[in-house]
Design a protein. Structure first.
Length: 214
């Protein structure tokens, strides 16, 4: 019963904190690589169209991936250079608005002069700092962003250059919620966790970590 009350309290806290959160909306063409200095797990984004962010400053590293049908050829995939954008989340949502990209030629133009904007829930542009990351496709993007932020570049944020700091994105693997899932309450929590979207999972893990350290 005690664990059940804790679970109920956590879910209530989760719903309350969501009111103060900002949803980062992601289109299918955007591959989010690093968030606030830490690599994003593919499993976290699987099936999700957005992530919940706390209000405040954030830094994204992402790239755009598009497939095009060339005349008389098979489909080809174009991948942009990694884009860095730093902004402050204040509203309910943030959308990365991309220009129309209908050909490889337009993709190459985007690489030379990226024309994307951050839009809030009212359609207003969010002020941001931009840059791109010079790296190879198989680079360790997390380490590359650590070096970028330490070098004081245009869109760098020094506090995101913290190698080895545990994050909410690997908290499940490290702690497994500190549950052995033997009781009915634990099984209920596990089932609930499996059914909610990735954004809700992220906020739940954040609350669990805060409870564990309190």
């Amino acid at each position: 019963m005690k664990l059940l009350r804790v679970i109920t309290g956590l879910i209530i806290m989760l719903l309350a904190s969501a009111v103060q959160a900002t949803t980062l909306k992601l289109s299918a063409d955007i591959d989010l690589l690093v968030l606030d200095g830490h690599k994003i797990s593919g499993s976290l984004l699987k099936g999700a169209d957005g992530l919940e962010l706390d209000r405040g400053e954030h830094q994204l590293l992402f790239r755009v991936e598009k497939s095009f049908q060339l005349p008389g050829h098979n489909r080809v995939t174009w991948v942009s250079s990694p884009q860095i954008v730093t902004f402050t989340a204040r509203g309910r949502s943030v959308l990365i608005h991309l220009p129309p990209l209908t050909s490889v030629t337009e993709g190459r133009v985007f690489d030379k002069k990226p024309q994307f904007t951050l839009i809030d829930e009212n359609g207003a542009e969010i002020e941001s700092k931009r840059d791109f990351l010079v790296t190879s496709p198989n680079s360790d993007f997390e380490q590359a962003m650590i070096h970028y932020n330490l070098n004081g570049e245009n869109a760098s944020v020094l506090r995101f250059a913290q190698p080895g700091k545990p994050t909410v994105f690997n908290a499940v693997q490290e702690q497994d919620f500190a549950l052995n899932r033997r009781s009915s309450a634990e099984r209920m929590l596990h089932l609930w966790y499996q059914q909610v979207d990735a954004a809700t999972r992220q906020r739940f893990i954040t609350l669990m970590k805060a409870l564990h350290t309190s």
